[in-house]
Design a protein around this ligand. Structure first.
Ligand code: X8Z
Ligand code: ZN
Length: 606
């Protein structure tokens, strides 16, 4: 089946014929002219919007919010017009495969498409900015009137082992989201209309359709990847549940096999490494503790960023520009409201690279810093591509690069950069502890990474109305994660809104894919580096050969289907959970041993 046929096949035939009849048959050259001009205009508006968003997100006030709405609106209108036009052109016969693919990219340029009328666009964009503001300025004030930011609460939730305090923090943060619920529902209505005007069933169908295959094929692939990784997750869930019960006692556990969400050391129960001590007890020690090393060496946020940059330059990539250090935000300012959720920018789309983070001195944050620099290095590598190819091969690639690099943060690497004085002795015990620490983040994340969009797919398809948002959310949490709500919900609760990417409208399948892809990337980087040994012991640090292969992949941007880019880099054409399974194989064997005789599984499991 040719790609041209496939792309055209995405548009219902009757509709395509009607659209084609309404416009004049353009020739290839005219369509290419449109593509270039659209890229030029959208490129300009996008830089203007980046500047306004940067100011808004670094300085949240009434006025900066309005300024950000103005530029986002201009971009949404331009993007929407281009997308609708692209769709019309796609209905004509005779266009080359490349042109059809470019039109498809234009059709997907706006992440939250608006209906064509100006009032709807204004309303949609205003809702978007308001949701972001509500989330980012949200605080929880306790009975004594003391107020805490999300960052403060996350830190306490990571370290406290008092179930009452954990429950208060968990419930406290969920007070920010009920005011978002009706705004969110209205946004769903508007964005669905926008998606339909572009030829999709709803916004979920639109989001799923940007992976160089039909949206339905993508949904089936996501499920297939999940099924492949699930036995590893299930083994981890069973062991962690058992250890939590041993630690907190039966009265804190629900008794149905699920884990209450407030006990996992993370505000959303998406990564569990903060309760490593509870899970591993005193018996097994990881060979090093990065949080402790950072404290002992008195490293600050800047040192952590320099450490991450040093990894990329060791691969032969260019240092970050001076402006990166001048313009980035590394720590939370005390005197103003900012969006603290970490992000990476290329404001002028050339090399005005920046990150915006409220860095805390923990090992977990070292990973996030690498994650963000992965975005920056990607953005710079594809900056000379035409506008519509400036992006990652698929959204998962962008999220996987920095994480793949951080997988190379091994004890050997820490010795090489002088953060450990000597290589810790390796034993079976500390290998298991090292793998467990990582699995508590990477493996535990998988079902969460999956359900964030599964929930939205249901919502966007109209299967779940606003008054069922919370119930549908907890059904998925239970079914896939085996995690349950620790407190009965109240009418109007909107727990999904307490997670950044829901109010910020960032699709989340990208992170699920990235958690699998990063192990494939790591495996390839290690191969290029000539490493011979178990995957978890490899660091590609210092390998220019690995760096070259990586840079070639980054530089391709989205100039070709992601399957081709993945094949060029790794020789594989599909996301392959086996790389992650290989990495954690010793841990899986150990977990199976631990779980022998335990009753695993939970009520409501899929
Ligand atoms: O949002 C992020 C990055 C920015 S793109 C910090 N991540 C997801 C999250 O925090 O929920 C990285 C992993 C998952
Ligand atoms: Zn990211």
């Amino acid at each position: 089946m040719s790609r041209a046929w496939t792309l055209r096949g995405l548009i219902p035939l009757a509709l395509a014929a009607a659209t084609a009849a309404a416009a004049q048959q353009p020739d290839e050259a005219q369509v290419r002219e449109f593509i270039d001009a659209a890229g030029e205009r959208a490129g300009e508006l996008s830089v203007r919007n980046s500047r306004a968003q940067w100011v808004f997100q670094n300085f949240i006030t009434h006025d900066t919010q309005l300024m950000s709405v103005a530029t986002r609106k201009a971009l949404t209108i331009e993007g929407g017009d281009n997308a609708r036009r692209a769709r019309e052109y796609m209905a004509f016969p005779g266009l080359s495969d490349r042109t059809l693919r470019d039109l498809e990219l234009i059709r997907h340029e706006v992440s939250v498409p608006s209906p064509a009328d100006a009032d709807s666009t204004t309303e949609l964009v205003e809702i978007g900015a308001e949701l972001k503001s509500l989330y980012s300025t949200g605080k929880y004030c306790d009975d004594t009137g003391e107020c805490a930011t999300l960052r403060d609460m996350e830190l306490r939730l990571a370290n406290s082992r008092d179930p009452d305090e954990l429950l208060e923090l968990w419930r406290g943060w969920r007070q920010v989201s009920p005011p978002m619920r009706d705004l969110y529902a209205r946004q769903v209505t508007l964005a669905n209309r926008g998606a339909r005007e572009l030829g999709y069933r709803d916004l979920g169908d639109y989001w799923r359709s940007r992976y160089d295959m039909s949206g339905d094929a993508f949904a089936a692939d996501m499920e297939r990847y999940w099924q492949e990784a699930k036995p590893l997750y299930d083994a981890l869930q069973c062991h962690v549940r058992d250890r939590l019960e041993a630690f907190y006692g039966e009265e804190v556990m629900p008794g149905d096999g699920t884990i209450p969400a407030h006990l996992l050391g993370n505000m959303w129960a998406q990564g569990w490494s903060n309760i490593e001590d509870v899970v591993m007890g005193g018996e097994y020690r990881a060979p090093y503790n990065l949080t402790q090393i950072l404290a002992e060496r008195d490293m600050d946020a800047l040192d952590m960023v320099e450490m991450a940059e040093g990894f990329f330059t060791s691969l032969g990539l260019e240092p970050l520009p001076d402006t990166f250090w001048e313009r980035s935000l590394f720590t939370r300012p005390q005197d103003r409201e900012v969006v603290c959720h970490a992000s990476a920018w290329n404001v002028d789309a050339v090399d005005d690279l920046r990150i915006k983070m409220c860095i805390q001195r923990t090992g977990e944050e070292v990973r996030v810093v690498h994650h963000e620099l992965g975005h920056n290095y990607y953005q710079r590598a594809y900056n000379d591509q035409p506008f519509y190819y400036r992006g990652s091969a698929n959204p998962g690639f962008h999220e996987a690069v920095g994480d793949a690099i951080a997988l190379s943060v091994t004890p050997d690497y820490l010795v090489r950069i002088g953060l450990l004085d000597e290589r810790p002795a390796t034993s079976d015990d500390n290998t298991i502890a090292q793998l467990m620490k990582l699995a508590l983040d990477k493996v535990a994340f998988l079902p969460f990474g999956y359900i964030m969009d599964k929930w939205r797919w249901q919502v966007f398809a109209g299967e779940v109305g606003a008054d069922q948002y919370n119930d549908a959310w907890w059904r998925l949490r239970r079914e896939y994660q085996g995690v349950s709500s620790p407190a009965p919900g109240a009418a109007g609760d909107f727990d999904p809104g307490a997670k950044f990417h829901i109010p910020a409208n960032v699709s989340y399948s990208r992170y699920f894919l990235a958690h699998l892809l990063q192990f494939q990337f790591h495996r390839e980087l290690c191969e290029q580096a000539g490493f011979d040994g178990p995957l978890h012991a490899c660091s590609a640090y210092g390998s220019e050969r690995a760096g070259e292969a990586l840079h070639a992949m980054l530089g391709a941007g989205k100039s070709q289907p992601w399957q081709d880019t993945l094949e060029d880099f790794t020789g594989q054409r599909d996301v392959d959970p086996s790389a992650m399974l290989e990495y954690f194989a010793p841990l899986k064997a150990w977990l199976d041993e631990q779980n022998r005789g335990r009753q695993c599984g939970w009520q409501g499991a899929s």
